[in-house]
Design a protein around this ligand. Structure first.
Ligand SMILES: CC(C)(COP(=O)(O)OP(=O)(O)OC[C@H]1O[C@@H](n2cnc3c(N)ncnc32)[C@H](O)[C@@H]1OP(=O)(O)O)[C@@H](O)C(=O)NCCC(=O)NCCS
Length: 330
């Protein structure tokens, strides 16, 4: 078995993706998956976040795949390893050999801590990944619950929840956009994105606040476009003109299968006005108007985030699985 570095633009990335998908489906057959061209853009890296890839081959057959994510603007002591092994090749030491390669690279990049996320379906809180991570000294620092909603979407129920919430939000304006934030809101949007990185519950994770500014927003919008993903955003603008909250859903231009609810945040100064519900409801309605064939929307919340979970349940999301953050020092 040989391990060699590859790049997302190499032909070998098709093998990398194939291994990755086979490993993920074995642990979580009903979970949502990245499309190949989306991950290719993610792993081409950016000035804010780098990625290095390796492929493990045995007699010319791709059997294992690994990636090391490297934050480049914040969290500079952190590395994000991920290892995937074809299910039929497991328990032969391939995963451990790939992780050893990632450890060496993490140290060479000056990183002293590693963070990875694992996902699984409801009914068990263990997978091959949790056993592997624990064997290698990672400990679970946070558990998030994934929820999904599928057709038929309860548009009347969503409208009724919005109606009940609206009187609590007098003076706030809900603004929606697709793909590119309006120029006059981009700085405020960046401020909330930065806050979001540490404002959502982090459990026992060691994670620094991310550094966001308007150029980073624009670069991430361009990358999403290159991934052929649309982004639906709803923001609340307060009486003083500042952005009080924001929520986002991403969906591929090419497939109605999986929408992803991304960050939702309400600035602490503006809480108590039901803005979380109003934002998510407005955004979901807009998305469904644009893409009536949508088959699912996924969302993740820390199990301790009772408030956001209540909003999601009201909007029709139901528990589908979990994701867990594991960390270790090097
Ligand atoms: C987790 C994964 C990478 C393991 O790959 P692998 O090549 O089987 O790993 P190794 O053979 O090096 O296993 C090392 C040890 O991890 C533990 N382990 C790995 N898979 C396990 C499983 N399915 N059940 C229980 N323990 C397991 C064992 O302690 C194993 O040592 P042993 O075989 O001597 O008992 C692979 O199953 C996979 O791709 N899973 C899906 C993706 C994922 O969760 N990746 C996790 C890390 S980011």
């Amino acid at each position: 078995m040989q391990i060699r570095p590859i790049h997302a633009t190499d032909d070998a990335f098709a093998d990398w993706y194939d291994v990755h998908l086979s490993a993920r489906l074995a642990d979580h057959p009903t979970g949502p998956q990245w499309l190949e061209h989306e991950l290719k853009v993610v792993y081409e890296g950016s000035e804010h976040h780098g990625a290095r890839l390796w492929l493990a081959e045995d007699h010319g057959k791709a059997v294992g795949a690994a990636v090391l994510g490297l934050p480049l603007r914040d969290n500079l002591t952190l590395a994000e390893p991920e290892v995937f092994v074809r299910p039929e090749e497991s328990r032969r030491g391939i995963g451990s050999a790939l992780l050893a390669t990632l450890d060496e690279a993490s140290k060479a990049e000056g990183r002293s801590s590693q963070l990875l996320y694992l996902e699984g379906p409801t009914g068990t809180d263990h997978t091959s990944g949790t056993a592997f991570a624990e064997k290698h000294g990672f400990t679970r620092r946070i558990t998030e619950i994934s929820r999904v909603q599928r057709p038929p979407f309860d548009l009347d129920g969503i409208a009724a929840a919005e109606e009940a919430a609206r009187p609590h939000a007098a003076g706030y304006r809900i603004v929606t956009w697709r793909d590119r934030a309006p120029d006059d809101l981009v700085d405020e949007y960046a401020r909330l994105e930065q806050r979001m990185s540490t404002d959502a519950p982090l459990g026992e994770l060691n994670y620094e606040e991310e550094a966001w500014d308007a150029p980073r927003i624009r670069s991430s919008e361009q990358r999403r476009e290159r991934m052929r993903r649309g982004t639906w955003v709803a923001a609340a603008v307060g009486p003083d003109g500042s952005m009080a909250g924001v929520t986002e859903i991403a969906l591929s231009h090419d497939s109605d299968d999986h929408g992803f609810q991304d960050a939702t945040i309400v600035d602490p100064r503006h809480r108590g006005h039901r803005l979380g519900l109003l934002l998510k409801a407005a955004n979901l309605r807009r998305l469904l108007a644009d893409r009536p064939g949508l088959q699912s929307v996924w969302t993740w919340n820390a199990d301790s985030n009772a408030h956001m979970i209540a909003i999601n349940e009201t909007l029709g999301y139901r528990v589908a699985g979990w994701s867990a953050g594991y960390q270790r020092s090097l």
